[in-house]
Design a protein around this ligand. Structure first.
Ligand code: G6P
Length: 480
């Protein structure tokens, strides 16, 4: 029995740069979580799987891929799916990131409905299904991830009826009224596509409810507590909040390399308070709102000038989708303006870093940051908030978190803000910077307890266990 993970991207990303082909770790919640779960379960062995195979795209266009490269990926247990330049354009940048991503996050003005994008989406989902069907055997578990592959469960079900299929959405599922903006043939095909799975999972109940409502409104299927009756099939749906590898973060300061970097940072910062955030470059993350809130904080609380800096890390992402390029320019302009207006020779209000950060450096930054300012406009879960809290072994630090991030449903002891309420965010920063150590510790401890329990292995085990039960129920009802 094998576990076949399918996601648009493989956990490694290839790029062709000036120094030739480079390989780096994929960023984002999906890759981070699934990688940690595979590592923590010794390649699925601890859960009784003979092996884990991961199918996905390598990040480069088919035209640049060589046979040698593909066989190197296969040696790593990865099953590459090739995307041509046109597919990258119409499927990945098009339907995935200019239609589904903005619509599902509530950015309707950024949402583009183009038939050529839809056609590419159908074609590429078919390609993924064929790739997986060519290796899947009876009894294998196929776990399909995220919005790129919503049609794939139905396509795979046709080709390989004897595998169990689970689908997990890593982003929000929008309210039915927002989903309704999608042209009717597409919106029903996407729902039917997902419903060919035995189990469909979301991060929080709100997204489960939105999905169930969309199914009954647009498909008319009968639904009842956690089950959708899709023809002869019973599809289970539920909330499975994704977690992190808690111990990895909690023990990070014990690692000599991380400890060295913490020491170095502390010496350089000499008592300066640090507000910290890290995100993929994405308009959903609310970076500009955050930068403006920090500017207003410094203007309204001038006593903090020279005493606190904001380290803002934005990891480049989806370069090629117009809104992402525009957003990068806007951040650069605003950070430059604020530093120019408020900074001086000895103090930079915003330390802006726009590149990939190696893990030990990220861990050191989590460790030294006094406040994490995590204020996405809309986020399926947000693992950065969880990682920051878990890292605080010394029980010092304050998390400010948007109510519009899935994580706010669990991290109740954070300072919860609305990212559009600038004065509320300013107030939260002031409160965080002056919070008594006892209160910091009480909040951190309560959140750590939840994160320790609801860790990434539990997330995957809960999902796979429910998938096994759901699959069994469906096969039994066919045989009786
Ligand atoms: C989010 C999505 C993932 C995606 C990641 C990075 O976390 O849920 O599916 O892989 O962003 O985005 P990218 O477009 O670079 O894969």
């Amino acid at each position: 029995m094998r576990l076949i993970i399918v996601s648009n991207r493989l956990p490694v990303v290839l790029t062709v740069g000036e120094r030739g082909m480079e390989i780096r770790e994929a960023v984002g919640g999906l890759a981070t979580a699934v990688k940690s779960f595979i590592k923590a379960t010794e390649n699925g062995k601890a859960l009784g799987f003979s092996e884990v195979v991961w199918a996905g795209w390598s990040g480069i266009k088919a035209e640049q891929e060589s046979e040698d490269l593909k066989s190197r990926l296969r040696e790593m247990g990865l099953l590459p799916v090739s995307l041509t330049a046109e597919e990258v354009n119409f499927f990945y940048e098009g339907f995935c990131n200019s239609t589904l991503w903005p619509l599902f996050h509530g950015f309707t003005v950024y949402t583009v409905f183009e038939s050529k994008y839809w056609e590419a989406y159908v074609k590429v989902n078919q390609k993924y299904a064929e790739t997986v069907a060519s290796v899947a055997n009876t009894g294998d578990f196929v776990w399909i991830h995220d919005y790129h592959l919503m049609l794939m469960p139905a396509m795979l079900r046709e080709m390989s009826p004897d595998v169990s299929i689970g689908f997990f959405l890593h982003i929000p599922f929008p309210p039915a009224e927002m989903y309704q903006l999608m042209p009717p043939p597409w919106r029903t095909a996407l729902l039917d596509g997902v419903l060919a799975s035995d189990l469909v999972g979301f991060h929080i109940h709100e997204y489960v409810n939105n999905f169930v409502r969309a199914v009954s409104k647009f498909l008319g299927y009968r639904t009842e507590a956690g089950v959708i009756y899709a023809g002869r099939r019973k599809v289970h749906v539920g909330a499975f909040p994704i977690g992190i590898d808690f111990d990895f973060f909690y023990n990070s300061s014990l690692d000599p390399e991380v400890a060295g970097q913490i020491e170095e940072l502390r010496q350089k910062l000499r008592g300066l308070k640090i507000i910290f955030s890290i995100d993929r470059l994405d308009y959903t993350k609310g970076v500009i709102n955050r930068v403006h809130a920090w500017e207003r904080f410094l203007k309204e609380h001038p006593q903090w000038r020279g005493k606190a800096s904001f380290i803002l890390i934005v990891v480049p992402s989806r370069i090629g989708v117009p809104q992402y390029d525009a957003m990068k320019r806007e951040i650069e302009r605003e950070v430059g303006r604020i530093n120019g207006e408020l900074g001086d020779v000895n103090w930079t209000p915003i330390v802006y870093i726009s590149r990939f950060i190696p893990t030990p450096t990220l861990l050191a930054l989590y460790n030294i940051a006094d406040v994490a300012l995590i204020t996405p406009l809309r986020d399926g879960m947000n693992l950065v908030s969880k990682e920051y809290v878990a890292t605080k072994r010394d029980c010092k630090g304050v998390l400010i978190l948007s109510e519009t991030a899935g994580a706010s449903h669990e991290l109740l002891e954070a300072l919860i803000v609305n990212p559009n309420d600038e004065s509320g965010v300013v107030e939260a920063i002031a409160k965080a910077l002056t919070m008594e150590p006892e209160e910091q510790c009480r909040r951190i401890k309560a959140m750590q307890e939840k994160l320790r329990q609801q860790n990434v292995v539990k997330w995957a085990v809960d999902f796979l266990h429910s998938l096994m039960l759901a699959y069994r129920e469906n096969t039994e009802s066919f045989t009786t």
